[in-house]
Write a protein that binds this ligand. Sequence first.
Ligand code: LMR
Length: 340
Amino acid sequence: MKKIYSFLVAALVTGLLLWVAGCGGSQQTAAPGSGGGKIQVKFSHVTSETSPKGQAALKFKELLEKSGQFEVQVFPSSQLFGDKEELEMLRADNVQFIAPSVTKLVGFVPAFQIVDMPFLFQNDRAAYAFYDGPAGQKLMRSLESHGMLGMAWWINGSKHFTNSKRPLQKPADFKGLKFRTQSGGVLDEQFKALGAGSQTIPFGEVYQALANKTVDGQENTFNNIDTQKYAEVQKYLTISGHGRLDYLVITNTKFWNKLTAEQQKIVRDALQEATAYERRLAEELNEKSKQNLLASGKLQVYQLTPADRQEFIKAMQPVYQKYTDVIGREYIEAAQKSGQ
Ligand code: LMR
């Protein structure tokens, strides 16, 4: 009797273990969200919620959640991960979407520094034409061997200089100043060509670095200068439009490959709509921020004249000499043609 009882208990425990193992296996192989639970998505970024990127991330969340299959959490202002961590966290699937300024992808694909080549893109339209054309699409796909998938180009806009020391009207005015950069050799070379120093600082730490004078100045879009309140810690703004600051929305292949074809289509459609929204908003919010900065009276503003611009183009030629081959002539030529 005791033997039969032990046998029954052993059979019951074995059966239970096999059932549990079976459940675990099917959970791993099934597409995320199957079996009733929604697919959990985290979207992390570094700018404010009111920036074009912040607003578009919320739009993407709204559109994706409408499908009933996804639940999206958006973390703005480096709340979850800053510049340094977000790329590694994406690759580890600890976050499913990020939208870094493409300059920050330089460690994976140096060609993304195309946006930093001085005075290369004529305007927003030229940048859109490049991003949406064959060269931009090829560049977007170049992250795949690093476990990441570029999904959409988002825009911020043209960069301008601010600093706390003096008006910057001619290349010589930069001599001896130190500027914050996002990352990458092109930006270091740009400041070197102007006789200035540079230091890479994560976006979330820039305000403090300007306030405590770790650096004298920085370069950014009107909207970032405005929403990050740099006018509180800077005195001079030079409207130069010398480079661009734009984004790539990226997911990781681990997450992406677990989605069904239908779920992938939902994501792509939501991103397409959010992208159109983001680009409209970027132009609108940058113009609004420019007016805010001009009206605030906190910054002394100088706009480069066409003649100043020529001087800067000449002074920054060493950047092209050093980086044309690093970035790739085909990309540079495509960017030049995109303005025509
Ligand atoms: C910066 O670091 O200045 C920008 O890349 C921040 C951003 O995401 O717009």
